[in-house]
Design a protein around this ligand. Structure first.
Ligand code: FAD
Ligand code: SF4
Length: 575
């Protein structure tokens, strides 16, 4: 669709003009909508997928295993047709309707890359695992210290916005007082079980540089008034959240930010609307709107606004900007540096350790806690001291071995439950890495010159790979993790590589990174495009490095911060 192929009359322009446009309604787009609507801006949220209404559109949310046609398992056909989505652990019979199907949305893998997507109102906020930790000052400062990336902002810039977001979202956790994982505004924490506490104790006794804490997650353990006002209630510890939660027990755009934005009367939500590109006006040196294709009718139209927030999730945000070509920006919006699409990074989850623990056969556990024990990064923190760059976090869980038999356990009703919870077996320990990868220019995405999708958008080519640095980190994790478990008395310690390819972590970041100037980056410290000041990118695309923590809390804080900055700039007539 060439830029000049769309013409609408003046009345149409008026009808299609808003104060702000937000592209994407997932975790970050929901936050942009909430903040902008609350500040009084008439805001249009454009979402490529269908609408998903909280509760009403969660068809499997309360189904028991026996009510699902295949007890939760995928059919062979569905699994075969979706080799990429199927490699995501959360893709099953009860959740598959919230995942993009491989065939419908092709892309080109120059190197193996699992691109896991959720195209619907709410995006991946419906199917995320809800682990939420703040970054520490080390994640912002150490990349520049070690020469692999440079953030234009630091922890202090983001800290008030973390608080702002956490209070609204509802994050459970302990105040642990750690420099490497700052405390936030927490609701009641979940509790570790006895074997997890035992391992925690052993690690604290044997390692002065390591801490084990209870995972922090976006679940309402003790809802506050602001959560009740959202219509959300206490989490019931069922941990089948990927189906959508009827209690609003976990945070999603659908249960929280979008209905909140709607209540202001300033929100217009338009599902089935693929944003094709951003319209740039050379005279005004600004973006004036976006080109949209209606996925039901195939018709193209334009929407206009004073500010545009791009929140289509990292790789789609890269795609839209690369596809936003004009006389002025022939290689993509704001891309004089040629860096758009480059420095894609992600988290490495390849390394695991399995083990068993004896001595707790008389203990059991009730409920399904939606988080794990967590060991914040302890590598290269105060100085660069390893033979690799960056760090990694560890997560571990202990579960009764009897649980692993799960649905195949004998019994029906009460006898099934009793069998599940009956003590008398050893415990199984599972430990995993969550490692920072180092952004490299050669890890990039670009547009295909000749292949297009059904909406006429060029297919995205992914060229992203692991590096030797990641292999060194895995080795260190296996050694350290195994030693820690051994000190805790674990047996059958088995370090292994699960073979996951990049993308399968679903923490893809970069391509539109922040930085101090337009020669080395696309965005400034306010997530604002250096060369197109009324466009803001506040999803993972703007990330300069990946840090060690789960990323979405940081996207939310960056979004809230940028939205408030954009509104103040609008008021000053700077945009
Ligand atoms: C199984 C799983 C577990 C995860 N666990 C965690 C976790 O524990 N902690 C954590 O921090 N993160 C986790 N994540 C990652 C988290 O879901 C993402 O970081 C987060 O959703 C990103 O927010 P976003 O707004 O950038 O993108 P999304 O939430 O994906 O929203 C993007 C939206 O943009 C829409 N869109 C895309 N292209 C266009 C277009 N051209 N036009 C219009 N709309 C468009 C999409 O349809 C989508 O609705 C997990 C993800 C998955 C799938
Ligand atoms: S565990 Fe909590 S958040 Fe998840 S589905 Fe159950 S009540 Fe909802």
């Amino acid at each position: 669709m060439p830029a000049d192929s769309l013409h609408i009359n003046t009345k149409g322009v008026e009808r299609n003009t808003f104060d702000a446009i937000v592209i994407g309604s997932g975790i970050s787009g929901g936050w942009a909508a909430k903040e902008l609507c609350e500040k009084g801006l008439k805001t249009l949220v454009l979402e490529r997928g269908r609408d998903v209404k909280h509760i009403k559109d969660y068809p499997t949310t309360s189904m028991n295993p026996w009510e699902l046609a295949h007890r939760g398992q995928l059919t062979t056909t569905l699994a075969k047709e979706n080799p990429i989505a199927n490699r995501c652990y959360a893709f099953d019979e009860a959740t598959q309707h919230f995942f993009v199907k491989d065939k419908e949305h092709p892309y080109i893998q120059e190197k193996p890359f699992d691109w896991i997507r959720g195209y619907q109102v709410g995006g991946k906020s419906l199917i995320w695992a809800r682990q939420t930790q703040r970054w520490s000052r080390f994640e912002f400062e150490n990349p520049a210290r070690d020469g692999y990336a440079a953030w234009p902002i630091g922890y202090k810039d983001l800290a008030p916005w973390y608080s702002h977001v956490e209070k609204f979202v509802g994050i459970s956790g302990n105040k642990d007082g750690l420099e490497t994982l700052p405390d936030g505004e927490f609701l009641e924490p979940w509790q570790m079980n006895c074997p997890e506490k035992h391992i925690q104790q052993a690690i604290h006794t044997n390692y002065k540089d390591r801490n084990v804490i209870q995972g922090r997650c976006a679940h309402l353990t003790s809802p506050q008034q602001v959560h009740l006002d959202q219509g959300r209630g206490k989490c019931q510890a069922r941990n089948i959240c990927y189906r959508g939660c009827p209690f609003g027990g976990y945070f999603s755009s659908n249960s929280s930010t979008l209905p909140w934005a709607e209540k202001t009367g300033n929100l217009t939500l338009r599902p089935f609307s693929v944003v094709h590109s951003i319209i740039y006006d050379e005279q005004k040196e600004k973006a004036t709107g976006v080109r949209v294709i209606d996925t039901n009718t195939g018709l193209a139209t334009e929407y206009f606004a004073k500010i545009i927030f791009v929140n289509a999730a990292c790789l789609n945000t890269n795609l839209i900007l690369l596809n936003s070509v004009s006389n002025r920006f022939q290689n993509g919006l704001g891309n004089d540096s040629g860096l758009l699409g480059k420095y894609i990074a992600f988290h490495d989850y390849r390394a695991n350790i399995g083990a068993t623990l004896e001595g707790f056969a008389d203990k059991t556990e009730y409920g399904r806690r939606p988080t794990a024990a967590m060991i914040p990064n302890f590598r290269n923190v105060y100085k660069h001291e390893m033979d690799f760059y960056g760090g990694y976090m560890m997560h571990y869980t202990a579960s009764p071995i009897s649980w692993q038999r799960g649905f195949s356990m004998d019994g029906v009703g009460a006898s099934y439950k009793n069998n599940l919870t009956e003590p008398g077996a050893d415990w199984s320990i599972y430990m995993m890495i969550q490692a920072e990868t180092i952004p490299q220019e050669k890890n990039h995405v670009r547009l295909s010159k000749d292949q297009k999708d059904q909406w006429g958008m060029p297919l995205l080519i992914t060229a992203v790979d692991y590096a030797e640095n990641d292999n060194k980190k895995m080795k260190d994790f296996w050694e350290q993790g195994s030693a820690m478990l051994e000190k805790a008395g674990c047996k059958n310690i088995n370090p292994y590589d699960n073979g996951r390819v990049p993308g399968n972590d679903i923490h893809e970041m970069g391509g539109v990174r922040m930085g101090k100037d337009a020669k080395t980056s696309l965005l400034n410290g306010n997530s604002q495009m250096h060369l197109c000041k009324n466009v803001f990118v506040t999803d993972g695309a703007g990330m300069v490095s990946t840090g060690n923590q789960n990323p979405s809390l940081t996207y939310m804080a960056l979004t809230a911060r940028a939205a408030n900055f954009a509104v103040s700039e609008l008021k000053k007539q700077n945009l």
